[in-house]
Design a protein around this ligand. Structure first.
Ligand code: 13P
Ligand code: SF4
Length: 355
């Protein structure tokens, strides 16, 4: 036996893999739905029935009647799809190891500990509404559902924050501090009312006075793909292309968003490029596979990356992995969320879909 098992189907040529994917997909017909996130490579996403951002894909999964949902994305997305579908539907991923490091920056235990500490201010369930980015573990979503909170994506974080602040005086936003800060500032919340919660420090690194004054607590999490972008890169892009528009994802640091012309989800970025007139130049701060695809698709526009930044986890789903799950429908790489966290997590996701 090999010490290191080789990738499934490694003996096949790329052309054979693509032909077998097409055949396996056709054989499954309406029994399967292949969803592809915008950050997937072209070699994988070309086989997707639907492409989208996290919000669009979770909505499509919730509406689908297909028995098999093949989620080409990262683990939290497939978990959300499993939570939103019925028990007789099965969600699989090409590579189960495709995770999201940011989602792993908040655990249920750390969140429960935060709630215990926040009790020094009063009953946390009266004071704080948890708003959890979809880039989070299912058990964190379940905590959120049990405590009256909801899930958001980068496409609806503003609406989610408004919804939350109509119900409780303060919001506990996790795990992406950047999306949380960018959203709160865009809603007109002053910086003095926003504070960072570092889960490894007592009271998240805050005094009780700061916590009393704060309206928004931001979990200290980030996406390493988007924190690579800087204002220096925006300046350089503007010097090299004075006519260019700069559009970035709201997981970028606040100063990068402030220096850009627009910020939004991957779906927003796709629509921004679509709507730009031929001849225009757009510099984009997000994952490189999406930018490369847009540049190939819109050859009459100049589409450039702020800097090349790749999500290695999204990249883990290879065409051979996709072939593996399509030729073994429902038998391999199944993503199944434990029953005890499924219902409270669904509640939090449903509140987002109902927004
Ligand atoms: P979108 O919801 O904008 O597609 O973002 C998902 C993501 O993981 C961004 O890093
Ligand atoms: Fe997670 Fe960042 Fe990759 Fe998105 S780009 S899946 S947030 S690591």
């Amino acid at each position: 036996m090999d010490a290191f098992p080789s990738e499934p189907y490694s003996d096949l040529s790329d052309d054979e893999v693509f032909a077998r994917i097409a055949a396996a997909r056709a054989a499954l017909g309406d029994d399967a739905l292949v969803l592809g996130h915008h950050y997937q490579t072209e070699a994988v996403v070309r086989f997707a029935d639907l492409k989208g951002d996290s919000y669009e894909l979770s909505k499509k999964a919730a509406e689908s009647h297909a028995r098999l949902i093949v989620f080409c994305g990262v683990h939290f997305m497939a978990e959300a799809a499993d939570i939103l579908t019925r028990p007789e539907q099965t969600v699989v991923m090409p590579d189960l190891e495709a995770g999201c490091p940011m989602a792993d920056m908040a655990s249920r235990g750390e969140l429960e500990s935060a709630w215990v500490q926040l009790a020094e201010l009063g009953n946390p369930d009266d004071l704080f509404l948890p708003v959890t980015y979809i880039n989070s573990r299912a058990e964190v979503k379940a905590f959120c559902g049990l405590h009256g909170g909801l899930i958001c994506t980068s496409a609806n974080a503003g609406k989610a924050l408004t919804w939350a602040l109509q119900r409780r005086p303060k919001v506990f936003f996790l795990p992406d501090q950047h999306l949380g800060r960018n959203t709160a500032l865009a809603q007109g919340i002053p910086p003095a009312e926003i504070t960072l919660w570092d889960p490894v420090l007592p009271l998240g690194g805050n005094s009780l006075a700061v916590l009393r004054q704060a309206r928004i607590l931001l979990w200290k999490g980030h996406c390493h793909v988007h924190t690579r972008f800087s204002t220096a890169q925006v300046r350089q892009a503007r010097q090299a292309h004075p006519e260019a528009k700069v559009v970035v994802h709201p997981e970028c640091p606040q100063e990068v968003v402030a220096a850009s012309d627009a910020a939004g989800s991957t779906g927003f970025i796709v629509r921004y490029v679509e709507a730009a007139p031929p001849g225009s130049t757009i510099v984009i701060g997000t994952e490189i596979n999406l930018i490369t695809r847009l540049a190939r698709q819109y050859r009459d526009r100049t589409i450039l990356p702020l800097v090349s930044s790749m999500c290695p986890n999204m990249y883990k789903n290879s065409p051979r992995d996709l072939l593996h799950v399509l030729e073994n429908p429902g038998r391999v790489n199944v993503v199944r969320v434990a029953d005890e966290i499924r219902e409270p997590a669904r509640l939090a996701l449903q509140r987002m879909l109902d927004l």
